[in-house]
Ligand binder design. Structure first.
Ligand SMILES: Nc1ncnc2c1ncn2[C@@H]1O[C@H](COP(=O)(O)OP(=O)(O)OP(=O)(O)O)[C@@H](O)[C@H]1O
Ligand SMILES: [Zn+2]
Length: 396
């Protein structure tokens, strides 16, 4: 379905702008009118991370006049493998400011507006209202549902993208003309089911494919060229170098854009998406030790004053990156299938850890259910261990 352009054309382009955008201007479908629409456009990008990096650079290069950035975080060395808007000298700096510097280097005509906050219920409307179009480059479900609901309630379109390992997804959501994100995904995945990129990894260059596809959709919407991916879920598989599209229908029972909506205002997205299952949270109460305690326990064990078995429930490739001394590796999946339970020592206290404490809490729930009532897990996992106890090991 083609839609009218989102934006009216700006009054004119300067001589410099005509030179800069000449390769756009000679595309008949874009032409002066299309480029002037881009100049007049106000686009908000949420997150200057994996997707936001290419999205912001290409939106700026394309001549989008005003670019807003919502981002609260600072640049970490592990971001540089994919977040190409930031460089080595930006490590430790505000991502929003680092992104602005790169954008202005790419196109000094861009009016860059920084929102150096975490997007939340209190600021989302005020921020969204200032823009014609939103590009979601975030990596967590709580923010995705917040973005969707705020966009539906304000009647705004947005371009959504997601990445995981080798695969990406892109779609356009606009409840007034088609489905919304909740029509496609009515509920977030159960906590722990879908690992984040920090947990599961992502091929850096995948961000370029997916971020560029998001910008393509943004340009189509702003200028009215082509058919935007409204009602179309585009799926990219990097290993096959293949895009395919699935139809997405507007759900008449959608909680927010359906015929009888039950969501009429913003909700508590953190608890809606729950970072951890209820069973895992219950199991962890009173059975969580800190990395400092673990380090004491390891000393006592070395002196023969305490006995326990430390079990790392991450994946083998994570175990190769860093590990806590004395741990044995039994991945979480082996507890879920039950095969791990037979391997567990019956005569020792069990201490579980993972990367950050989510997977180990889930395993704790399983082993406590199997009768290992004195088992504990390590809050903050190996991330906290490297941070607080052994900075000589690499973090990831
Ligand atoms: N609610 C939010 N408000 C503002 N920015 C957000 C929000 N949620 C996520 N982001 C930002 O979106 C970006 C997502 O980028 P990306 O998926 O590459 O993850 P990352 O957090 O940088 O990396 P990793 O999770 O691997 O450490 C991050 O920079 C993150 O700070
Ligand atoms: Zn919907």
């Amino acid at each position: 379905m083609s839609l009218p352009p989102l934006v009216e054309p700006a009054a004119e382009l300067t001589i410099d702008e005509v030179r800069r955008y000449s390769r756009h201007l000679i595309i008949p479908e874009v032409g002066m009118a299309g480029q002037k629409r881009l100049k007049n456009a106000k686009v908000l990008v949420i997150g200057a991370g994996g997707l936001g990096s290419p999205a912001l650079l290409y939106l700026a290069a394309a001549g989008v006049g005003t670019l807003g950035i919502v981002e609260f975080d600072t640049v970490d060395e592990s971001n540089l493998q994919r977040q190409i808007i930031h460089g080595q000298s930006d490590v430790g700096k505000s991502k929003a400011q680092s992104a602005r510097d790169s954008i202005l280097e790419t196109n000094p005509n861009t009016n860059v507006v920084l929102h150096e906050v975490r997007l939340d219920n209190d600021n989302v409307f005020e921020i969204f209202e200032q823009y014609d179009l939103i590009v979601d480059g975030t990596d967590n479900f709580a923010t995705r549902y917040l973005v969707n609901d705020a966009a539906v309630l304000l009647g705004k379109p947005y371009v959504w993208g997601s990445i995981f390992r080798f695969d990406g997804q892109v779609s356009v959501f606009w409840a007034e003309h088609g489905p919304c994100y909740r029509c496609l995904y009515p509920e977030p995945p159960p906590p722990g089911m879908v690992p984040s990129c920090a947990e599961g990894g992502v091929l850096g260059v995948l961000c370029a494919s997916v971020g560029a596809a998001q910008v393509t959709e943004a340009i189509k919407l702003l200028t009215g060229i082509g058919d935007p991916s409204l009602g179309r879920l585009n799926i990219y598989e990097a290993l096959d170098l293949n895009w395919r599209a699935l139809k997405v229908r507007k759900d008449p029972n959608c909680a927010i854009c359906g015929e009888n909506p039950t969501v009429t205002e913003l909700i508590d997205y953190e608890s809606f998406c729950g970072a951890i299952t209820e069973e895992a949270a219950d199991a962890a109460v009173g059975s969580t030790i800190s990395v400092k305690q673990l380090s004491e326990w390891i000393k006592l064990k070395d002196n023969g004053e305490k006995d326990f078995q430390l079990i790392d429930v991450r994946e083998p490739n994570e175990y190769e990156i860093n590990r806590i001394p004395g741990s044995v590796l039994i991945p979480k999946a082996d507890f879920q299938t039950g095969v791990a339970l037979e391997k567990l020592p019956q005569d020792k206290q069990l201490v579980f850890h993972c990367k950050s404490g989510v997977r180990s809490a889930e395993v704790l729930a399983i082993v406590k259910g199997a009768g290992f009532s004195d088992a504990v897990h390590v809050g903050g996992g190996v991330v906290a261990w490297v941070d607080q106890i052994d900075p000589s090991q690499p973090a990831y």
